[in-house]
Design a binder for this molecule. Structure first.
Ligand code: E4P
Length: 217
């Protein structure tokens, strides 16, 4: 399973990259605003900075909600850097724009996926990545992981090439469960990646090894 970090925070991206397990980055307008990155020029420049920090795919979201605007913004984003993936919302014009970009060989990420039907449409439009929002489904007492299972079944039934990008991942259990269910990618905050490191028996075992080494030297 690929690990993407879901942030626009450059320090978090550097820390995840340094761990050696990072495969890409996802962002969204809210994450950009959280870092105080506003205005089209600053946002485009920030995407370039992110691409310079990592080797993998970097999802950059269009703001337009109608087809022509999505095409214009998506082309501008894709021209920024070869690592850019054009992120499009799951609405009718987003599906049409996804087909346009996939026909042109430009990578896409269909975002705000909350049902198996939406996931099926995104795959048929040729999306590179399809992003079900686990945490937001869990927030409204709906089993987000069930959507991952449904998507895996549907994509495998027909050999769709779209990758399931489990998004809105909030914790380490989300990551582990996504891996068990065969999600191709997960994207979450730095804590969802570094949290996987932790186990008290690792810490106590290492402390014991070091103590015993000192006794023999
Ligand atoms: C996905 O691409 C989104 O950026 C993100 O995962 C949303 O997560 P949230 O529900 O924690 O805001």
């Amino acid at each position: 399973m690929k690990f993407f970090i879901d942030t626009a925070n450059l320090n978090d991206i550097v820390e995840a990259e340094a761990l050696g397990v990072l495969d890409g980055v996802t962002t969204n307008p809210s994450l950009m605003a959280k870092e105080g990155i506003t205005g089209a020029a600053n946002i485009l420049n920030h995407y370039k900075k992110i691409c310079d920090l990592v080797e993998g795919d970097v999802s950059a979201e269009v703001i337009a909600t109608e087809y022509d605007g999505m095409i214009q913004q998506g082309e501008e984003l894709a021209a920024l850097h070869p690592q850019i993936v054009v992120k499009l919302p799951m609405i009718a014009d987003g599906v049409k724009a996804c087909k346009y970009f996939s026909d042109k060989g430009i990578k896409t990420n269909m975002t705000l996926i909350f049902s198996a039907g939406q996931a099926l449409l995104a795959a048929k439009a040729g999306a590179t990545y399809v992003s079900p929002f686990l945490g937001r489904l869990d927030d409204i007492s709906t089993d987000g992981l069930n959507l991952i299972s449904e998507m895996r079944l549907i994509y495998d039934n027909y050999g769709f090439k779209s990758q399931i990008l489990a998004a809105s991942v909030r914790n380490t259990m989300h990551v582990i469960n996504c891996a068990k269910l065969g999600s191709d990618v997960m994207t979450g905050p730095l804590s969802s990646i570094t949290g996987l490191l932790k186990h008290p028996l690792t810490d106590s075992g290492l402390a014991q090894f070091l103590e015993d080494y000192k006794k023999g030297n």
